[in-house]
Ligand binder design. Structure first.
Ligand code: ATR
Length: 268
């Protein structure tokens, strides 16, 4: 049996186990996906131990994404290094490798909704962990990225690392959105509460709006975006495609996307 899993703290409510196990079922793989909550001081031993036990892959979540990048035993790829976080560890090769599937997940989610990024103008709200992954993903896909954040200095700092990017204060979104093709919310604003990080008046029908928040699935931002005639992409898509990318990396198989989507959405 092949073992995969997730390390983080807490991971008890993660939707990754049912999402990945639905895929194993569909692909006929004899595999399980488990969750682990190591103490932070045991992180390195946990990763090395996972390799020694023959675990084939681990996803990584809060609070370990940055810490894994710093581990000597994990060879992080270029994208994960630029983003500054590892969310997927692969044990299937000779060495332990670290990857970040969040950025590619965003691109696949947008591509699924026919959103064109090459030459597009994107506004990203948020410059935290999720924001970093989204910023590099959008830029690598050929978009110009305007990063707006409550703490403007964090947006400016991120923009210096991302190609074709500029940082702004949050209030700048109103001026930036009329010219924009894509808007991504990578803040936690809208999670469990009915607030939006963007004024509704700034939304328009030539915009594709993606929200990283998936609880609720229809955030205020997405509701107002739909009312303005924009294309909407909810937070489950990001969650889905980061998992799809990880599964494909580990198994080399093409992921059964709709089965994974069903497993995820039935639990949201
Ligand atoms: P994550 O890993 O989910 O991105 P994070 O690194 O803590 O979490 O980042 C949270 C993001 O949401 C940040 O961009 C944060 O803005 P600051 O950098 O100014 O803290 C943003 N954020 C959180 N609460 C917010 C609020 N009430 N209004 C605006 N932005 C908010």
């Amino acid at each position: 049996m092949d073992l995969f899993g997730l390390i983080g703290n807490p991971v008890g409510h993660s939707l990754s186990p049912p999402m990945h196990e639905a895929a194993y079922d569909e692909l006929g793989l004899d595999a399980r996906y488990l969750t682990f909550e190591p103490d932070p001081e045991n992180l390195e031993r946990a990763i090395d131990g996972a390799q020694a036990l023959g675990i084939r892959g681990l996803n990584v979540t809060i609070p370990f994404k940055q810490d894994v990048l710093a581990l000597e035993s994990v060879a992080a790829d270029d994208l994960a290094t630029r983003i500054g976080a590892v969310n997927t560890i692969d044990f299937t090769g000779q060495e332990i490798t670290g990857h970040n599937t969040d950025a590619i997940g965003v691109l696949r989610a947008l591509r699924d909704h026919d959103v064109q990024l090459e030459g597009a103008t994107a506004v990203l709200v948020g410059a935290g962990g999720a924001g970093r992954a989204v910023a590099f993903g959008l830029a690598d896909a050929g978009a110009t990225v305007h990063i707006a954040n409550r703490t403007a200095s964090k947006a400016e700092e991120l923009a210096t690392a991302v190609p074709n990017a500029r940082g702004y204060e949050l209030e700048a979104v109103s001026d930036l959105l009329p010219e924009a093709d894509v808007l991504v919310n990578a803040t936690s604003v809208g999670m469990e509460t009915d607030v939006s990080p963007v004024p509704a008046e700034a939304l328009h029908d030539e915009l594709a709006v993606m929200d990283a928040v998936y609880r609720p699935l229809e955030t205020r931002l997405l509701r107002e975006a739909a009312a303005a005639g924009a294309t909407t992409v909810d937070g489950a898509w990001m969650l889905l495609y980061q998992g799809v990318e990880a599964l494909e990396l580990w198994t080399g198989e093409s992921a059964p996307v709709s089965r994974m989507d069903e497993a995820l959405r039935s639990r949201l």
